[in-house]
Design a protein around this ligand. Structure first.
Ligand SMILES: *Cc1c(COP(=O)(O)O)cnc(C)c1O
Length: 412
């Protein structure tokens, strides 16, 4: 049976808010509208109670204590607070001086990590950006080799948002704890899909976001370890001293209620969902690479999230491919900048060539993805690639057995 079109395979960009989440949020718009910081009346108490329940739901999802949860506007803010807040707190020299401390990140982090790190560089911190292996993974050995006596912070994402690869975060955490270095992880794509325990996994700071886990947009959280060791952060937002002084501003009670509910649902459904999505992703990748020659799955074959597939197709042009599969809402391996199409810096960091990076698709499945949709998408992509290749002279040469990488092109 044909699924309803277009198919939504862009769950790594954002997810549909679960109707059960919306239902939990509704009373907090106009019935229970109190300011959670109003201590003198029932309206305020109602808001505060709702926020504290959400704090418990969020903490339970990652094995934390509710007191260790700071609500933010999403992962971008959580990353900024964690990275800048920790660097400023643990700086080894005052502002304006060089030698303020060493930070370790990776080149294929999300921009919401890269840009705060670049700001730290401009402000006198030294930042090492690690290159992943061809499998996309940052290992504990790579981090160990980059450590210096003045290293104060390591920030490595748990799972990559473009290729779904999983870094060795628990091992990196153990290493950081041995050396008294703070570990932050952008776990936006990880939390809610994979079991997480900040104690077992040695995490100090962890960011995640509502709209990537079937909750509302504009709300997220930062886990801040309180003991063994107690992590302190310099606040970025100053104001009424909310959230233990780390994030001032009136609490987004409605959003936080939705975030908490989204966390609770993920905890309940994670195990079953993981199995289901893994099967679908394997079918999608397996069929595409079996039926389309000169195609590849990007990133480590096994150490990947259950829901993200990133596949490159040779001998097709990226923009034409996106046009050819326009009934599938997904992302391409090109990053749109103002003037030009640039190949994804994540794929480039794995050593994927510009051509293959442009002609790659990120297909990210989610809670409402079905096998019918996967089957339909496979047929549509196979058809689109085959069609585009009928118009490719290079593909004709390839079929004749000519190695086009060895052709001497005539210069005009
Ligand atoms: C989506 C995403 C972000 C940004 O999260 P927002 O809540 O939209 O600010 C950061 N990091 C990763 C890995 C993401 O996937």
């Amino acid at each position: 049976m044909a699924p309803k079109l277009p198919i939504y395979f862009d769950n790594a960009a954002t997810t549909r808010c679960d109707p059960r989440v919306v239902e939990a949020m509704l009373p907090y718009f106009s019935e229970k509208f109190g300011n959670a910081a109003s201590r003198n009346h029932r309206f305020g108490w109602e808001g505060e109670e709702a926020v504290e329940l959400a704090r418990e739901q969020a903490a339970a999802l990652i094995g934390a204590n509710p007191k260790e949860i700071i609500f933010t506007s999403g992962s971008t803010e959580s990353n900024n607070l964690a990275i800048k807040g920790a660097a400023l707190m643990y700086a080894k020299a005052p502002a304006g001086q060089q030698g303020r401390g060493h930070v370790i990140a990776a080149v294929h982090e999300h921009k919401a990590v890269l840009d705060p790190c670049k700001r730290l560089q401009r402000e006198g911190f030294d930042v090492t950006f690690l290159e992943p292996g061809a499998d996309g993974i940052i290992t504990a050995d790579m981090v160990a080799a980059a450590m210096r006596p003045d290293t104060i912070l390591v920030t490595i994402m748990w799972a990559n948002n473009e290729i779904g690869t999983i870094n060795e975060v628990p091992q990196i955490g153990a290493l950081c704890h041995e050396r008294d270095v703070v570990l932050h992880t952008d776990a936006t794509q990880w939390v809610g899909k994979m079991p997480t325990d900040v104690e077992r996994d040695h995490i100090d700071l962890l960011s995640w976001s509502g709209h990537k886990i079937y909750g509302p947009k504009g709300v997220g959280a930062l886990y801040v370890r309180r003991r063994k060791p107690r992590i302190r952060l310099e606040a970025i937002m100053d104001g009424g001293g909310h959230e233990r002084g780390m994030r001032s501003g009136t609490m987004n009670v409605t959003g936080i209620v939705g975030f908490g509910k989204a966390c609770e649902l993920c905890a309940q459904e994670m195990e079953h969902e993981r199995e289901r999505l893994l099967k679908l992703r394997r079918k999608l990748e397996g069929e595409l690479t079996r039926r389309i020659e000169v195609s590849q799955v990007n990133g480590h074959a096994e150490k990947r999230l259950p829901n993200i597939a990133n596949v490159s197709f040779g001998f097709v042009e990226g923009e034409s491919l996106m046009m050819g599969v326009k009934d599938i809402a997904c992302s391409s391996g090109s990053a749109c900048t103002s003037a030009s199409l640039e190949p994804s810096y994540v794929l480039k960091s794995l050593g994927v060539g510009d051509e293959l990076a442009h002609s790659s698709l990120r297909l990210s499945l989610g809670r409402w993805s079905t096998e019918e949709e996967v089957d339909w998408a496979i047929e549509a992509i196979v058809k689109a690639v085959e069609h585009l290749r009928t118009m490719s002279p290079l593909y004709d040469l390839h079929k004749e057995g000519i190695d086009i990488s060895k052709i001497q092109w005539q210069a005009h």
